[in-house]
Design a protein around this ligand. Structure first.
Ligand code: NAP
Length: 246
């Protein structure tokens, strides 16, 4: 059996990086997309190789069609036919009520989290349908159902859209042998909280979480890897919540 070839967008840091390393350990070769932090991307690529996977690194803004096409083209040329996609690259913008949000931040969150997922899913659908098999995992968020009032309802809305995309595309692509699922993390310890202006957020949210702590990126990576694996061969169109009970 050839090794699966999986693209992970936003694979340089956080959940995406942990997912790359876990997938390599589980037998995948990886194409790792990132947007600006080349040092982090190269460090994750080294960790992937240490875990036994081949890895190519591509600077590709997931919200740009040409970048997405180049990411898929390069992955296939260097590693072979792409069999898996993890749509993970995501941004929140600063924490704010909608009333105080800036249009440029709303637009960026929509462009990366929604248009980016659509562009990657579209290319994966085309390539995987031609092969007759494949699997996609969209990284959603518990925010899709919590709504995130006062923090980022616009971000939550893109994640609810991710869940709808997952359900619909699973139905569209099931007849082509392609499975489409989502993982909806709760609050996970990554740099995203500092980037949105609240580094202590995971510790604070822990008090609202039945398991009493934030999650670790590796705990999301395990769920993603399972959904891409043969063990999930009859699982499609599902949103797997990994949120500590929240
Ligand atoms: P993170 O630590 O901030 O990392 C973000 C990753 O996405 C980085 O690899 C970054 O690349 C990349 N990225 C950002 N914009 C991009 C773009 N336009 N094109 C390509 N790559 C881009 O984020 P995270 O916390 O791991 O979040 C990953 C995913 O999980 C997101 O979809 C997020 O919404 C979701 N999620 C996170 C949490 C949480 O609590 N952390 C909870 C629920 C859902 P650079 O390194 O180049 O900047």
């Amino acid at each position: 059996m050839p090794r699966p070839v999986t693209i992970v967008t936003g694979g340089s840091r956080g959940i995406g990086a942990a997912t790359c390393v876990r997938l390599a350990a589980d037998g995948h070769d990886l194409a790792l997309g990132y947007v600006s932090n080349s040092a982090a991307a190269e460090a994750t690529a080294d960790a992937v190789r240490a875990a036994g996977g081949r890895c190519v690194v591509v600077r590709a803004d997931a919200s740009e069609e040409a970048d997405v096409e180049r990411l898929f083209d390069f992955a296939a040329a260097e590693l072979g036919p792409v069999t898996g996609l993890v749509n993970n690259a995501g941004v929140t913008g600063p924490l704010t009520s909608l009333a105080d949000a800036r249009t440029e931040d709303l637009r960026r969150v929509l462009d990366v989290n929604l248009l980016g997922y659509l562009l990657c899913c579209r290319r994966a659908a085309r390539d995987m349908a031609a092969q007759g098999h494949g699997a996609i995992v969209n990284v959603s968020s518990a925010a899709a159902t919590l709504g995130s009032p006062g923090e980022y309802v616009h971000y939550a809305a893109t994640k609810a859209a991710t869940d709808a995309l997952t359900v619909g595309l699973a139905k569209e692509l099931g007849p082509h042998g392609i499975r489409v699922n989502a993982v909806a993390p709760g609050t996970i310890t990554t740099e995203t909280h500092a980037a949105m202006g609240d580094p202590d957020r995971p510790a604070r949210i822990a008090a609202l979480t039945p398991l009493g702590r934030p999650g670790e990126p590796s705990e999301i990576a395990g769920a993603v890897s399972w959904l891409l694996s043969a063990d999930a061969s009859y699982t499609t169109g599902t949103v797997l919540r990994v949120a500590g009970g929240r």
